[in-house]
Design a protein around this ligand. Structure first.
Ligand code: PLP
Length: 375
């Protein structure tokens, strides 16, 4: 199968074959990570090769960038973490205007903007994920960052509408696509300029890697991000990059099971007396569903619900055999995270739940039994 054919294939095929070089006689079918910081430079007069020093580029980075860029529909630049990716985007754009960030999104993006960029004179504005981007909000803005579905609220923003508003105002639109993954949503096709993500979550999917990426529609913007990466030094290790590429191979399978588990859990939790406010954009009656279904290609395993207080969260976690108490999400094993502990402006009993790849019957039975223990 040639690269072009893979580009038009289904999600599973694209995940399995993405980033792999065309077959060559005797070449490894499953190449490992290239663990070299230094590369042969030849003699004076030889051209500078693509790989000359491990902070500038690496063949394993390019393999993952090829795979993720093809899924995102643009040019991908991998970073050492989701925050390194977001930081590169904010720093690159902040010089030309204000930053518009989600007030209810991942908290460290706001902390970075307020803690590092505002003191340098950058204006930082916050708007809720579901708010309309009015001309007043966008006046003088260089960048709008959307996070959709938002973390932890799972609200959904209309990407195409935001892209039109941002374009009108002369601002770039970046979408944090972490929760959806490149299979769940394609921000660039919906008009965004940049897709950013923490690949620590579902994309790598095994809880053993911290990694992130930015995919740009404009190759010049990708080149500037690459330069910023080399200068800033927030570079991923080849081993982590390779683990992410290996994880990506099963993203289609894992997402399918995680979404199946989330749907089954939502069904079981909706009228359960132990929790309220069950949210998952994939449920037809969810407040976010109408916008989500317009722009998302498929669902994932991240849902949320609320216990009356912190005490019931503790009882639930203690009683469950399958649900780990952990932050992060998108991994093989189901986990739950009480978000208020991290400073999110949410109820003390709000839990972001990451449905893993367990069997749906086992997971639902375990969660229902653990809910009983809270009452
Ligand atoms: C986890 C997360 C990040 C930060 O990513 P790291 O890989 O932990 O640096 C950014 N955005 C969202 C939505 C996240 O969930």
């Amino acid at each position: 199968m040639s690269e072009g054919d893979v580009g038009r294939a289904g999600d599973g095929t694209r995940c399995v074959h993405g980033g792999h070089l065309p077959p060559a006689l005797g070449a490894p079918m499953h190449p490992g990570p290239v663990l070299s910081s230094t590369f042969h430079l030849g003699v004076p007069g030889d051209p500078l090769p693509t790989d000359y020093y491990g902070r500038a580029d690496n063949p394993t980075w390019r393999a993952l960038e090829d795979a993720v860029g093809a899924l995102d529909g643009g040019e991908c630049v991998v970073f050492a973490s989701g925050m390194a990716a977001i930081a590169a985007v904010l720093r690159l754009t902040a010089r030309s205007g204000a930053l518009v960030l989600p007030s209810d999104g991942y908290y460290l993006a706001r902390a970075l903007a307020h803690g590092e960029l505002a003191p340098l004179g950058v204006e930082v504005r916050e708007v809720p994920t579901t708010a309309e981007l009015t001309p007043e909000v966008l006046d003088g803005a260089a960048l709008v960052l959307l996070e959709t579905p938002s973390n932890p609220g799972l609200d959904v923003a209309d990407i195409a509408a935001a892209a039109a508003a941002a374009r009108e105002a002369g601002a770039l639109l970046a979408v944090d696509n972490t929760t959806a993954t490149p299979l769940g949503q394609q921000p660039l096709a919906l008009g965004a300029d940049l897709a950013v993500a923490s690949d620590t979550k579902a994309l790598s999917g095994h809880g053993d890697v911290v990694l992130g990426h930015v995919t740009a529609r404009d190759p010049d913007l990708a080149a500037r991000l690459r330069e910023a990466r080399a200068r800033g030094g927030a570079v991923p290790g080849p081993m982590e990059t390779w683990l992410a590429l290996r994880g990506l191979g099963t993203l289609d399978l894992r997402l399918a099971r995680q979404a199946e588990n989330a749907a089954a859990l939502v069904e079981a939790l909706l009228d359960h007396p132990a929790v309220t406010d069950v949210r998952w954009p994939g449920r037809p009656d969810d407040p976010a569903h109408a916008v989500a279904v317009k722009q998302m290609r498929r669902w994932n395993g991240v849902l949320r619900f609320t216990f009356p207080s912190e005490a019931e969260v503790g009882a639930f976690l203690q009683a469950s055999r399958l649900v780990g108490s952990a932050t992060s999400f998108g991994g093989l094993r189901s986990s739950a995270d009480r978000r208020e502990r991290w400073g999110d402006a949410v109820a003390p009993g709000l839990v972001r739940f990451s449905a893993g790849c367990e069997d749906p019957g086992d997971l639902v039975a375990d969660v229902l039994a653990a809910l009983d223990a809270t009452r």
